[in-house]
Design a protein around this ligand. Structure first.
Ligand SMILES: Nc1ncnc2c1ncn2[C@@H]1O[C@H](COP(=O)(O)OP(=O)(O)O)[C@@H](O)[C@H]1O
Ligand SMILES: [Mg+2]
Length: 289
C-alpha cells in the first residue's frame, strides 16, 4: 500500500467515517469497444494500488467478465434475488485480488422484480459499497432501461469509445439518454484502440465539443488505451493482459488510467453513497412504466 493511501486510511479511521465505495459504471454506445477488457484490467490495476475492488458483471454477452477470467461460479446474482444466498456469499475471487459479482441473466430482469427481491438486491449492493473502495460495473452495450439505469445511478460513468465513427455516434446517443435520466451525470471518456495519443485526444475532443454544443453537458477526458495485440492474446488465454503482459503498451495505459482515477478522488467526494438509492429509484421508474 502506498504511503498516501495509508495516510488517507488513518484519517478515515480517526474521523470514524464509514467507507463508501466509488461506483463506476463502464459503458459504451456500441458493443465490442473494449468495455469488459477495460473493466477487468482497470479493476486489477486499482487493486494493485491497494484498493478493495468489486467488479459487478452486468454484461450478459458471450465474452463477459466470468468468461474472460475463466471463473466458473456456483452462485450468482440470481441466488441473491431469490434470497438463497447473501451478496458476500456469491462474491468470487478474481485475479489480482479483485472480487467479482457474477451477474447472470438476473440482471436483465432487475427492473421487473417484486419489492422483496428488489430490496434484497439493493441491500446486498449496499453491503458491498460499505466494504469496497471501488465498485466497477461492466454493463452491456445499448440503451436498455437497466443499462442506462446502472450508468445513470453511478457516481461516475466511464464511457468507452473507439475512433470508429459509429462508436462515436453511439457514445453520443448514450450521453443523451443517460443525461435524460440524470442531468448531473459525470462522464469520463476512455478512448480505446487508439492509434496514438493524438488520435485519442481528437476523438475525445469531438465528443466533448458535440456534447457541450448540443446538450450543454461537459464531458471529461480520462485517458486512452492504444490498440495493442496483447489485449486479444490475453483474451484467448483467459488471463488479463495487465497480469500476463505488464510491460505492454495497453497495460501501461491502464496503469495510468487507474492512477488518474485515484488522484481524482477529491473531484467526486461528496457524491459517494447515493448509488443504490438512485438505482432503486431508477428501478422504481422502470417497473412503474
Ligand atoms: N486496446 C485494444 N487493442 C486491441 N484489441 C482490443 C483492445 N481492446 C479490446 N480489444 C478487442 O476487442 C474485442 C472486444 O473487447 P471487449 O472488452 O469484449 O468489448 P465489449 O465488452 O465492449 O464488448 C476483444 O476481442 C478484444 O480483444
Ligand atoms: Mg463486454
Amino acid at each position: 500500500m502506498e504511503v498516501a493511501d495509508q495516510a488517507e486510511q488513518l484519517r478515515e479511521y480517526v474521523r470514524g467515517s464509514r467507507r463508501q465505495a466509488r461506483v463506476l459504471a463502464v459503458t459504451s454506445g456500441k458493443g465490442g469497444v473494449g468495455k469488459t477488457g477495460t473493466s477487468v484490467n482497470l479493476s486489477i490495476a486499482l487493486a494493485m494500488r491497494g484498493k478493495d475492488v468489486v467488479l459487478l458483471d452486468a454484461d450478459l454477452g458471450l465474452a463477459n467478465v466470468e468468461v474472460l477470467l475463466g471463473l466458473n461460479s456456483l452462485y450468482n446474482l440470481q441466488h441473491v434475488i431469490h434470497g438463497e444466498r447473501s451478496m458476500p456469499e456469491i462474491l468470487a475471487d478474481g485475479p489480482g485480488g479483485i472480487k467479482v459479482v457474477p451477474g447472470s441473466s438476473g440482471i436483465a430482469k432487475l427492473a421487473d422484480l417484486g419489492p422483496n427481491a428488489r430490496q434484497r438486491v439493493i441491500d446486498g449492493m449496499q453491503e458491498l459499497q460499505d466494504r469496497a473502495d471501488f465498485i466497477l460495473i461492466d454493463t452491456m452495450a445499448g440503451i436498455s432501461q437497466n443499462v442506462a439505469g446502472f450508468a445513470a445511478a453511478a457516481d461516475e460513468i466511464l464511457l468507452v469509445v473507439t475512433p470508429e465513427p459509429s462508436s462515436i455516434v453511439d457514445a453520443y446517443a448514450m450521453v443523451k439518454t443517460i443525461r435524460l435520466m440524470r442531468h448531473d451525470a459525470v462522464f469520463k471518456l476512455i478512448v480505446n484502440m487508439a492509434a496514438s495519443e493524438q488520435q485519442a485526444r481528437a476523438v475525445a475532443g469531438k465528443l466533448m465539443t458535440v456534447s457541450q454544443q448540443y446538450l450543454g453537458h461537459k464531458l471529461h477526458y480520462l485517458g486512452y488505451v492504444p490498440r495493442d495485440p496483447h489485449v486479444s492474446h490475453g483474451v484467448m488465454q483467459a488471463v488479463p493482459f495487465l497480469l500476463k503482459y505488464p510491460a505492454a503498451p495497453a497495460s501501461k495505459a491502464i496503469e495510468t488510467l487507474a492512477a488518474s482515477l485515484i488522484s481524482q478522488r477529491d473531484a467526486v467526494s461528496g457524491r459517494g453513497g447515493g448509488f443504490f438509492r438512485r438505482f432503486a429509484e431508477t428501478l422504481g421508474l422502470a417497473s412503474n412504466a
